[in-house]
Design a protein around this ligand. Structure first.
Ligand SMILES: C=C(NCc1c(COP(=O)(O)O)cnc(C)c1O)C(=O)O
Length: 419
């Protein structure tokens, strides 16, 4: 019988059949040339089919754009593809008047139970447009009840994810102010006033598992657990904090889907975050929630939880290769992280973090990114993280092409150290 999805399926298969030489991809919404969507090439590849390597191209290790998981989704195309009818959930609300899919809420709880990386029983869950939106929703929610003369002092331990400072300063509210590094406050001095401490574990940029530094009745914490997955770290135990934020970006690699979730203990904080979501975007798009449900089913229902094995194997291989290259260097060093018992894999595992936190050891190399730029590499300057420019963050989560080029260029730089 006539099937109304046949055209959609044919369009998806047709664009997927455009090869781009394995160094790019064509998309249904890509620009059209000669009636076909064009190949969008990985950095440093060009030509109509991405078959031409551009030798002088910069190895860009700046962004934590998690493309390393794309091959997994290409392999599982049949299980991870959805068809979105033109009439799919047009209403502003679900039948119960809410803005969240109850099925997706349940699937997220099943995900954390399967991985064992977070407690969700008795907790509330809010969806957001990425962890980025939820971070601000959380700072707002934890500061909304402050006395006007006692704004929240938002702090994080150096080195910290730059968006914490940039976002808090951008929204510029009388309820909170970004006050920098926790070390300024954790020995009792200036410890009066309300504090909101942002704790990132594993940390961006250095991959360390971290705990809150400040204690006390006027301290509230936001645990940003974007990287608390087996791809990047051993999972010693389920996180059990007052407010935990996760993102699809670092779990499945879908940074472009703009989906994150917060797990919240306190109902009043949950209600304030819900109000934030209602008044800022009126929830997360329904198409996104449908797609995320599909992706999270694949994440834990494929035998052996293959996505996590793919993620860990990829990051572990990249760390093995990078560590081998850097072990020959006296000019550069990268962070050393201790193995820990992982409750997910039931093994002792070394961390395989999303980023290398590279240090230029020579006294004169105060601008480490400039040293890398001299060999056509660029990372993210350490000063953006509240650290010195002697440090550079190198992204290890981009495509295989990106990582291969970064490794090759770092190898050349290290081999020339004694020239
Ligand atoms: C993409 C990068 N960071 C994403 C990120 C985010 C943002 O995740 P989104 O859900 O993609 O908005 C939140 N928290 C931490 C600690 C992060 O590292 C980056 O650092 O390059």
């Amino acid at each position: 019988e006539p099937s109304w999805t046949r055209t959609a399926a044919a369009e998806a298969e047709s664009v997927a059949s455009i090869s781009c030489s394995g160094h790019g991809r064509a998309f249904l919404d890509g620009s059209i040339l000669d009636g076909e969507p064009v190949c969008e090439c990985n950095p440093c590849y060009g030509g109509p089919h991405c078959s031409v390597f551009l030798p002088e191209c910069v190895a860009d290790a700046d962004s934590g754009d998690p493309m390393f998981l794309e091959p997994f989704w290409v392999k599982h195309a049949a299980r991870s593809t959805i068809v979105v009818p033109g009439w799919h959930r047009m209403s502003y609300e679900f039948n119960d008047g809410s803005l969240v899919s109850k099925e997706l809420d349940a699937q997220i709880r099943r995900l954390h139970a399967a991985v064992g990386n977070a407690v969700t029983d008795g907790r509330f869950i809010v969806f957001g447009g990425g962890a980025t939106q939820l971070l601000h929703a959380a700072v707002h929610a934890l500061s909304a009840t402050n006395h006007p003369l006692s704004p929240s002092r938002v702090v994080a331990s150096t080195p910290y994810y730059p968006v914490y400072r940039e976002q808090t300063e951008f929204f510029n509210s009388q309820d909170y102010k970004f006050e920098g590094d926790t070390s300024l406050y954790n020995n009792g001095r200036f410890s009066q006033g309300n504090f909101v401490e942002l704790v990132t574990s594993p940390n961006n940029p250095d991959g360390k598992l971290k705990k809150a530094v400040l204690q006390g009745p006027s301290v509230k914490t936001i645990h940003d657990l974007a990287y608390y997955w087996p791809h990047y770290t051993p999972v010693p135990a389920p996180a059990d904090e007052d407010l935990m934020i996760f993102t699809l970006s670092k779990l499945t690699g879908h940074g472009g889907s703009r989906f994150g979730w917060a797990i919240i203990k306190d109902e009043a904080v949950y209600q304030r975050m819900l109000t934030y979501m209602t008044l800022s975007t009126y929830g997360v798009p329904r198409e996104t929630q449908l797609r995320v449900l599909k992706l999270l089913k694949v994440a834990i229902e494929i035998e052996g939880k293959e996505m996590f094995n793919f993620g860990y194997q990829t990051m572990s291989n990249r760390w093995r290769k990078l560590s081998k290259t850097m072990s020959k260097s006296k000019r550069f060093s990268i962070q050393e992280l201790e193995p820990q018992r992982c409750s997910f894999s039931q093994k002792l595992r070394k961390p395989t973090p999303a980023f290398a936190w590279l240090k230029c050891e020579r006294e004169e190399d105060k601008d480490c990114n400039a040293v890398l730029n001299s060999n056509n590499i660029t990372g993210r300057d350490g000063s953006l993280f509240g650290a010195e420019s002697r440090y550079v963050r190198l992204s290890l989560v981009k495509s295989e092409d990106d990582f291969d080029l970064l490794l090759r260029r770092m190898g050349m730089l290290v081999s020339r150290e004694n020239d």
